[in-house]
Design a protein around this ligand. Structure first.
Ligand SMILES: *[C@@H]1O[C@H](CO)[C@@H](O)[C@H](O)[C@H]1NC(C)=O
Ligand SMILES: *[C@@H]1O[C@H](CO)[C@@H](O)[C@H](O)[C@H]1NC(C)=O
Ligand SMILES: *[C@@H]1O[C@H](CO)[C@@H](O)[C@H](O)[C@H]1NC(C)=O
Ligand SMILES: *[C@@H]1O[C@H](CO)[C@@H](O)[C@H](O)[C@H]1NC(C)=O
Ligand SMILES: *[C@@H]1O[C@H](CO)[C@@H](O)[C@H](O)[C@H]1NC(C)=O
Ligand SMILES: *[C@@H]1O[C@H](CO)[C@@H](O)[C@H](O)[C@H]1NC(C)=O
Ligand SMILES: *[C@@H]1O[C@H](CO)[C@@H](O)[C@H](O)[C@H]1NC(C)=O
Length: 364
């Protein structure tokens, strides 16, 4: 890492400016702790303050009218740890906008108007732990969006319009612990999209329209502790899909889905319940959507009845079939016997006639 040259250049800069008193807090901003904290929030800014004190570590620029972040816009505040740009009107982040913020740990870009990102947007953000792009206008996540986020832990993408995620969109995010994709427009997840996320602990997918999870899509997530699939479009669940989670313990949330309550589903849930490492935290809150007569009925309450009824039906059908088969066999057997007997009797009759004829003849 280029820490040493950076520190050196920083030392030189601060030396050349000789004292802190040369730097004052920018107009419309308030500063604390020897200018380490600068808040320029809610200041109607449409441009960045022309001079930001170089010691600034926390910069709050939220609730302004910023539209555009030019390349290396923050090159004079290289010591930034936290940069809040949320609640602006940013639609375009130029390549290298955050270069070279090698110390930046947290970047908040939520509630802006970002619809695309370029590969270079994340360039220089090598230490970034937490990135929020929540409530923007992203409609897809492309292959190179997050290429340079070598230390990222938490990625918040809630409330965008994401419908497509490139299979390699997350492939460079092996350090990621928590990703929030809730409240987007995801209906299918490409298989292997999570294949590099071995450290992922929390996956938020609620409020999408996911209809089914491909078996194996979750299997690379060996650290997953919480899976939020509430408020999707799941009607059925594949037991193998759940079972492919090779974790020590995973809490799974599933309410708000239009479950089709049949015995298959009941069996899946019963089996999942029997797997110790999988915990269906909101099982008691799952309700049926179909069949119509069970709408809004708690799955927990109907499952036994339903499957009891189904078992009884199966039993009745089985018994009926068995009785029919047995009856048919008996009938057939009877018929065979009857025919055989008839033949036998005729034979015997003939024989006996012959036999009886003989004595008669002999008598005669
Ligand atoms: C200038 O600010 C830095 C960082 O806040 C501090 O360590 C240093 O003591 C300050 N120097 C003066 C002369 O105030
Ligand atoms: C940034 O400023 C906004 C608006 O004043 C405030 O609500 C928020 O708490 C500030 N954030 C931090 C981390 O200081
Ligand atoms: C921001 O602009 C609004 C109206 O455009 C005004 O009422 C408000 O006082 C301004 N705030 C600041 C901090 O200048
Ligand atoms: C973003 O701004 C740059 C520089 O003004 C421009 O070249 C680029 O086309 C813009 N990109 C988008 C998506 O608007
Ligand atoms: C949910 O799935 C059904 C088919 O199972 C489909 O007709 C419907 O459009 C889906 N809803 C959404 C919001 O995707
Ligand atoms: C799951 O997502 C919903 C909706 O975003 C949220 O309200 C809920 O708290 C989440 N559950 C967990 C356990 O995080
Ligand atoms: C979930 O179920 C429990 C008990 O079955 C109930 O007390 C709770 O209110 C339910 N929560 C929701 C959000 O429906």
């Amino acid at each position: 890492m280029s820490v040493l040259p950076l520190l050196l250049s920083f030392a030189l800069t601060s030396q050349s400016t000789s004292s802190n008193s040369t730097f004052t807090c920018p107009t419309h901003c308030t500063c604390h702790l020897e200018l380490k904290f600068s808040s320029c929030a809610t200041a109607n800014l449409s441009d960045l303050p022309s001079v930001i004190p170089p010691f600034t570590e926390h910069l709050n620029l939220s609730f302004n009218h910023l539209v555009f972040i030019r390349a290396q816009a923050f090159q004079d505040v290289r010591r930034l740890h936290t940069l809040l740009l949320n609640d602006n009107r940013i639609s375009n982040l130029t390549d290298g906008a955050f270069e070279p913020l090698d110390f930046l740990l947290r970047l908040d870009l939520s509630r802006n108007r970002i619809s695309t990102l370029s590969e270079g947007f994340s360039s220089g953000l090598v230490s970034l732990r937490e990135l929020s792009l929540a409530q923007n206008q992203l409609s897809s996540l492309n292959e190179h969006y997050f290429s340079h986020l070598d230390s990222i832990r938490k990625l918040d993408l809630r409330h965008n319009s994401i419908s497509h995620i490139h299979v390699r969109a997350f492939s460079s995010l092996s350090t990621l612990r928590r990703v929030f994709l809730d409240h987007n427009k995801i209906s299918t997840l490409t298989n292997r999209v999570f294949s590099m996320m071995r450290n992922l602990e929390e996956l938020g997918l609620s409020g999408n329209s996911i209809q089914n999870l491909e078996v194996g899509i979750l299997s690379p997530l060996i650290s997953l502790a919480l899976l939020n699939l509430t408020f999707n479009n799941l009607t059925h669940m594949d037991f193998k899909g759940f079972l492919s989670l090779y974790t020590s313990s995973t809490h799974i949330h599933l309410r708000g889905n239009p479950w089709t309550c049949d015995c298959d589903l009941q069996r899946v849930f019963r089996k999942v319940h029997s797997v110790h490492r999988l915990q269906l935290d909101d099982y008691n809150n799952l309700s049926c959507y179909l069949p119509e007569e069970l709408r809004d009925y708690p799955l927990r309450d109907v499952d036994n009845e339903l499957c009891f009824a189904e078992t009884v039906t199966v039993l009745i059908i089985t018994v009926t079939v068995m009785i029919t088969v047995v009856a048919a066999i008996i009938m057939a057997e009877k018929k065979r016997k009857k025919t055989n007997k008839g033949k036998h009797w005729t034979e015997v009759g003939n024989k006996s006639r012959n036999f009886s004829q003989t004595p008669e003849d002999s008598v005669i």
